[in-house]
Design a protein around this ligand. Structure first.
Ligand code: FNR
Length: 202
């Protein structure tokens, strides 16, 4: 299973990109996070071009189409989502009949340097994605005071927050069809191999 990761921040040292990468390490076996890092290459939306969009938009739409689900990590800019994220979603949502977002499982997480952990931006992202026809996990992961809240691995240091992140990821994977549990490892009580058969025959 492939989960497409989108960070709403283009900044090199983005906490949200770091959180996104950390979240990728918590996905179950059989699911991988692939980050689409070209949101900055997508030009401003122009409805005149929606049926023959620029190459950067086509690449974005193809990346969504080939993913089983989306994981968005968004900062909060002026109480809402960054324009670059909204712009990319607007492109991907059109034309509606061909939009790869329709029916796509999606989850939203976010971090901010302030106290509230980008809750308004996350609510906004869920609303916008829901309006495109994506199936959005009804959970939020507010990581406030992010400079202190994330470890070097990009994961929340707080246990409750880590559990909340895990619950969000589990629900996203479930919505995307789930992953099959790996086969149990062979143990000594497993069926006899060739050497055992030879011993038994001797
Ligand atoms: C912010 N920031 C911010 N934080 C917040 O909690 N609520 C807000 O409304 C805003 N508004 C805002 C506007 C703009 C233009 C910027 C650049 C920043 C602070 C923001 O949470 C902080 O810079 C994060 O660290 C940005 O995320 P990344 O880039 O670290 O992922």
């Amino acid at each position: 299973m492939r989960i497409l990761g989108l960070s709403g921040s283009l900044r090199e040292g983005s906490h949200n990109t770091r959180l996104l990468r950390g979240a990728g390490t918590m996905l179950p076996e059989g699911a991988e996070l692939v980050i689409f890092d070209q949101l900055g290459a997508i030009p401003p939306f122009n409805e005149d071009e929606e049926s023959s969009p620029p190459a950067a938009v086509r690449a974005f739409k193809e990346a969504i189409a080939s993913a089983d689900g989306l994981l968005v990590a968004t900062p909060e800019y002026n109480s809402s989502i960054p324009g670059v994220l909204k712009n990319a979603i607007d492109w991907a949502s059109r034309p509606r009949a061909e939009s790869p977002l329709v029916g796509k499982p999606a989850a939203v997480i976010g971090a901010s340097t302030g106290l509230f952990g980008a809750v308004w931006a996350q609510a906004e992202a869920r609303k916008v994605l829901g309006s495109t026809g994506a199936r959005v996990v009804d959970r939020e992961l507010p990581i406030g005071q992010v400079v202190e809240a994330l470890g070097a691995d990009g994961l929340p240091l707080d246990r409750d927050a880590r559990e909340a992140l895990q619950a969000t990821l589990d629900e996203l994977v479930e919505l995307a069809g789930g992953v099959t549990a790996p086969a149990p490892a062979q143990t000594s009580s497993a069926p006899a191999g060739r050497a055992d058969a030879q011993r038994a025959a001797a």
